[in-house]
Structures are given as structure tokens and as C-alpha cells.
Design a protein around this ligand. Sequence first.
Ligand code: FEO
Ligand code: CA
Ligand code: CA
Length: 746
Amino acid sequence: MTASTRSDESGIDLDDIGTNPTANPSFTDLIASRLSRRHLFGLGVGTAGTALLQACGGGGGGGTSFPILPPAPAPAPPAPTPAPPAQQAPLKLNFNAVAKSLDDVVTVPAGYTASVLYRLGDPIAAGVPAYANDGTDAPSTYDRRAGDHHDGMTFFGINASNKWDPAGASRGLLVMNHEAITPLFLHPAGQTVVGGVRTVADEVLREFYLHGVSVIEVNKVGNTWTYKQDSSFNRRVHTLTEMAFSGPAAKTDYLKTKYSTDGSKTRGTLNNCANGTTPWGTYLTCEENWAGYFRRITGTDDAARSLKELASFKRYGIGGKNGSGAETGTGRELWATVAGGNDIHARWNTEVLGATALDDYRNGSNTYGWVVEIDPFTPASTPKKRTALGRFGHEGACLGPVVVGKPLVWYMGDDSQNEYLYKFVSTKAWDAADIGGGIAAGDKYMDDGKLYVARFNADGTGNWLELKLGVNNITSGYAKYAFADAADVVINARHAADAAGATKMDRPEWTAVNPKNGEVYLTLTNNSARPVGGTDAANPRSYNDPKNGAAQKGNPNGHIVRFADAGGNPAAVTFTWDCYLFGARSSASPDVNLSALGADNDFSSPDGMWFSEAAPGLLWLETDDGKYTDVTNCMLLAALPGKVGDGAAKTITNVDGGTTATQATFVGKAPGTEGLRRFLVGPKDCELTGIAESGDGRALFVNIQHPGEGTSDIKAPISHWPDGGTSRPRSATVVITKNDGGLIGL
Ligand code: FEO
Ligand code: CA
Ligand code: CA
């Protein structure tokens, strides 16, 4: 992909940002009402007269809260919570910053305890043995064990009637993604591959099961959280789980396969990265780097393909050749190559092999790249891929502010270099009577609506461009891709966004909505394909951050953009924005360390991001970094951000060797240690990702993904976390509590 060549502009009046419409009084009032209610009652499910905002992904008591405006009936009474605070004092970070570290441990501030809760391979059904963690565990048991690479996560509180209770503080369903695998640690000595072929089918079966999603029941006894191994709620969703399609692409020719000759279903989900929630109490898992799992050898398959198919494959990276001319589409993990394999292996080959699309998996890659809805309260329910939300490298799907009588909105990043930010706006207006409606409620709100992509303008404004056949250049006459119908638009959403003129971003990861004001935050993790002279106002940096003497160019440390949809209306088609925060080494030059980070809060490569509901205004940031790892392992930071426009317009100078260029942008107010502080540092070679809190905010759940990932010798793992000794490392969920029982971070 190429970097943006958008040119810079200057002469921006910061006052234009200061008057942005999110100050709309009626909206502010609604939020104030919600916050008050939340703090008075712990969590306001069904409290009349209250408009609530959600927090996406992680979730406090389910990751969602929702408005109930009169005369909507209350589906559940507010939970009694003792000792309500008398007033809303400004939040204040109240812990000593954790120092940067390269140690193989999880470090939290004094006064906190971090405990391991749920590790790779842990059994989630009665009778399944404990995980041996040496590659000898029976493959057939892995559909009842924790998956690998824990990622996005939501806590759904449960009441005594086994129903969703967002206020639930001692019992809940923890639902989490298992994005990928570290193959070396899964088998006796890594994957067995002979001549490019997987020769041990049982190893592949383990890997099929280790991707996907976990649903586990967790309980707090005393001050200790554990998961319940034999809970009837426990469930694994993996690459063999049957999924239904809904929305514009369902039951179209594009999705027809040997497995589903009417295009109504597929098997499995994978590379589930960040997540999202719905106001009716279901979980959204998002398929990110799915394209690489499919086998497609261009030298043999291209000749059987139409020009449109080839354009689609190229835009999504399905098959191709590298700079040396070697085929790149052999399929990550080589699942399609299994010697003596059957249909569960063959379906990963997305080449033309049979007479028609009903005889092979030529359309197999169209069945991935979606947002998938799972109802955790109905273990037998069939997950549904919601095609109206578009097909791309879905990072997450953060639910926007929820108001009865208004559409629902989800914000979604497409995590690849120079990809886009999207949002989906439902056609149907929210009706609180749908709480608890499960997948059927999803059919109502998520199958019909408008899909938009974002354009960030140089003057601090932005536009949401609708992705629909016949508008914004999305027609059969578009030169790079001749769109045929509504299904074609959602399946090829990246082409549609190109046609509409969206802004290429520095890898859009998580989105998060500030419950205090409805503003939306977007992590842009890093982008090595952002040359000096190729920056724009919203992606303004290009520089060199050497690591151990090796150059790291582009925007290696990433930044966070935030925006306010016009009028405080999430369905608006315009917005205002600024750059909230820039990652950097504290020692970097002022044109790189634009947020003036110091020893207690410098970081690189923001990825996971989530606003607490128990403490509205408290933002958690997680890093997935490889650029600053000469100095520190990945980390979790606590932040108290302000609002769009709280900083200043600034023109920065980007330098790469002899090339220099200026770029105008908007930089948020420098956070200082009062506004940003390092809370946790993880073990060696890990990523911090996935975050959720119990309904009272007294337990914070965090995922440690792929410790020791860079290990090349199974006899010498880089990390032994969490079990220590000479053990193989395991991805795991950690639960953090404050020793005095208080809110985390405050
Ligand atoms: Fe899976 Fe974009 O992080
Ligand atoms: Ca991520
Ligand atoms: Ca990432």
C-alpha cells in the first residue's frame, strides 16, 4: 500500500475547534444525568429518565450501558450500592507510576494486586485435565480449553436469575477473543512441516480450536476471582463453529461455497482482535488479519479469475508475490496443506478447483473479514456475521452513545497501514424493550443501516462519507472496481472507501467513546509507510526513531486521534477532530515528542483503548509495541483526557536524512503525569490488550498476549510467564484489584 500524499495546509484558527458542537447543552445534560445515575446506583439499568452512554469493548458490567427514557419500562431494578458519593469530584490518578521494565513479570503499582485468572489451555469443562503445557495435551480436548493470544474482552455481569446484570460485581461472563497462536509452544517441538506440508493433522486441529472466542463464568469469592471450570455458560467458539450470515451479502453468490451452496453460512471465525458490545447484551468479535490464512497461488489461480476478483484479492492481500517473485499466498499456518486432509482443511484453499463455486472454496475468503455477533447467555446460539458493517481488517466495533429513539452507532478501525476509520449507523431507532433480545435484536439493528468512512480535513473538520452503490463515486463506472450491487459494496468496502476519498490513517486500531462527552478516540498504532512529505493533518508525523542503531521510519510510535460528531449526534455526517496524544520516547525531539511525555508516561504503539464506566472519564491505554522494546516491555497506562480542541494548532517539522517538510496539525493539551501515567508493565515479548471491569469497577481484567513470542528455540523460551521456572509461556487474563478495595487507578 502506498502512503498518503495529501499536502499540508496552514492558517488554522484554533477557535474553530473550541466552538465544536459537542458542547451542545442538551447532549451534555443527558450525559450528566447518566453519570449522576451511574454513581448513585452503581449502574443504571432501566432507570427512567436517564440517558446512558456505553463504553465499548471492555465493558463495565457488560461493556454496555444504555439509556432508558420515559416511558420505557425498567427491565431490571437498579442495584443497591451502599454509600453513594455526595458529589462528582474531578477524577485524579492516585498511584505511583510503574517504571519502564524489561523484566519477565507483570508489575503494578504499590497497593495493587495482579492475579492470573485464565491461561492458554486452561480447561473450561468438567473432566478436561489441567494443561500439561508441553505439547502433549490431547487435541480433541482443545475445544474445551482456553484459546491462545487472548485479546479484546468484555465482562457481562450476571444476576441470581442467570440474566445479564450490568451492575454485577461478583459474578459474570468474561468473553474474550483469541486472536492468533504462537505455534512453537503448542506442539512437542513446534509445527511439523515437511516440504511445505503440514504432516500431523492433530497439530492443525489444536490450532483450529485455539483461535476464536472464550465465554467463561468468573466469580469473586472474598477478594479472589476464579473462573468456574464446569459452568454451563462456558463455551468456545473457534474456526469450526457454524456461523450464519446476515445483512446485504447474505445468501448472495459472493458467499456461496461447497459448505453453503446458498451462501447463508460458513464455519468459524479467526484473528479476532478487538471487540465490541451491543445495548441488548451480546458480544461482537472482529476479524482482523484473516486474509493471510487463505491459500491462493496466483500462478495457477489468476487465470481462472475475473478482473474484479483479482482487484478484490489485491486490495485485501489474498495471494500475491513478494519482491523476489515468490508466491506469498501459501496460507499462514499452512492449514490447507494437511497431508490426507479433508474438507475442514481444504476450505482454507480459496482457489478455483472445482466446476463451480458450489464445488470448492473459491469464495472462502469472502466469508471472513466481518464483525461477528455472539450471544454469551445462550450457549447453543449460532453466531452471526453482520455483513452490513463491511468487510475489512476489523480491529474492533465500539458502540457509540445510546439514546432511546435514536439510531445505534458502531465505530470501527481497519488495521492495516494507510487504511480507514468506519462507522455504521442503524436504520432502526433504539428501543430499550430489546434488552436481552439476543441475536434477534441484532437482526433488527445490525442488518440495515448506513456504512460510512471518515475523511479528516486539514482544517480540523471531518466528513463521514456514505458507502452505498450510486453515491460517492461508488458505481459500476469506478475505474478500479466496477461495483455491481449492495453486497459487492460491503464485501469490497475498502474499494468503496477508496472511491469515496477517505483519509489514509496510520493503522486504525481500537476506538473508544468518552462517557463524559461522547467524543470518540482512535488509536493509530504506527505506520512505517508514512514518508516525510506524505503526511497529512491527522497523520502528521514522519521521523526516524532508531532502535539498537537500526532505523525505524514513518510514524513508528503512533498517536491517538479523537473527534466529536457534530451536534453531539453520533449519526451526524460531519465532525471536528484533533490529535489527543502522540507516542514517543521521552528523549525524542520536540517535533516528535509532541505530547511532552516523560519517564513516567512515555510509550509507543497504542492499540487497546477503553473508557471505564465505573469512573467516567478514566481512559486505559494498552501498547502493542516493537519499537520501544529496547527500553521497555509493553504496558498499560491510565489517562484523564480533556476534549477536542484543548490544545493548540501546531506546525511541525518532519525530518528524514536530507528530506525536510512541515505539517500543520492540532495537538491536544500535553497530559503531564496528572493526565497520563504508566500503571502496568507486562512480561517479556508480550502485548497488552483486552480490558474490562466488573460492574463496580473494583476489578480490572487485562489480557497479556503472546509472552515470549519471539522465541526461536523451544528449549530456551524468552519468557516463562506466568508459570515461571522452565515452563513455556502462556497468554493469560490477569485480574487487578486494589488492596483497599477501591476503584482501580484512582
Ligand atoms: Fe490485532 Fe490491530 O491488533
Ligand atoms: Ca489490537
Ligand atoms: Ca496491534
